[in-house]
Design a binder for this molecule. Structure first.
Ligand code: ZN
Length: 275
């Protein structure tokens, strides 16, 4: 039996899993002492009940397979990281949605992602691919994972600068700007600009997803932002939530901002030297 506290990477090494098609969550959970049972659930998406070194993970059989798979990985994360605590019952709004808070739900989501979208397998497949909806869809299919979890992996381990923003009930809930190539002065708005594709998707003008090139000033209030274009891909993740992937396919805006900031920093240090 694989012991509590073992990391996802260690689990995969112990089981000799090196290919995406071998990421069998039922078998992996079983090796960790947990049995996965699909059952219709109301009120939560998945739950786990442990007794001693065995656990039963129940996942909602009414959910789509990618959702069930991620939920199982999430509950297994609770089992491996929070063992000894009371049983967990996890809501839709926690599984695959909480990624930035410092809590057990975020840890369980990271565990599921590290286990079922392992960087060692993901990064080579993402290498050189455009940061778009299509790439997210292709890689989500290879790993049989949700678009959200796959998009997070892509912005963190893809080849090009991109930002990911999650809106729920019309408000920005969290965002990821992993690449050091994106200046911190580019801060996404609390609510999407009415002319953005994201706003259209939130207003149900499009069905499930939409992608296209938009002017950078639709997203970022900055001098001359209207000169640049960025690729906006957005997709629905729930009845009231969407995810937006912004990709600087043309990196000129990032280069120009970096140069401006460098210039300003050097002017500041000149002034300091004069005093
Ligand atoms: Zn949970």
């Amino acid at each position: 039996m694989i012991e509590a506290g073992t990391s996802p990477e260690q689990i995969l090494t112990l089981l000799g899993i090196t290919e995406p098609e071998d990421l069998d969550i039922e078998a992996i959970a079983y090796a960790c002492g947990a049995t996965i049972v699909p059952q219709p659930l109301t009120g939560c998406q998945a739950n786990i009940i442990g007794f001693g070194d065995r656990a039963i993970i129940t996942v909602n059989s009414n959910s789509i397979p990618t959702r069930r798979r991620f939920s199982a990985g999430h509950e297994l994360g609770h089992w491996m990281k929070d063992r000894g605590q009371n049983a967990f019952g996890c809501l839709d709004s926690q599984i695959d949605s909480e990624w930035t808070a410092n809590n057990a739900e975020t840890r369980a989501n990271r565990f599921a992602s590290d286990l079922l979208l392992p960087v060692a397998m993901f990064a080579p497949l993402a290498k050189g691919r455009p940061m778009t909806l299509e790439t997210v869809g292709d890689l989500a299919a290879v790993f049989r994972m949700s678009q959200t979890a796959t998009a997070i992996r892509l912005v963190n381990h893809g080849s090009f600068p991109a930002m990911l923003i999650y809106y729920a009930q019309g408000q920005r809930n969290w965002f990821l700007r992993p690449s050091s190539d994106i200046p911190t002065s580019l801060w996404p708005p609390e609510q999407p600009d009415p002319h953005s594709l994201a706003a259209g998707l939130l207003a149900n003008k499009f069905t499930d997803s939409k992608a296209g090139d938009v002017r950078a000033d639709r997203w970022f209030e900055r001098d001359k932002a209207e000169k640049y274009y960025i690729r906006e891909s957005c997709f629905r993740t729930g009845p009231d939530s969407i995810l937006v992937l912004l990709w600087w396919e043309d990196e000129q805006q990032l280069i120009d901002i970096a140069e401006e900031e460098e210039l300003r920093a050097s002017q500041r240090s000149d002034q300091r030297e004069e005093h």
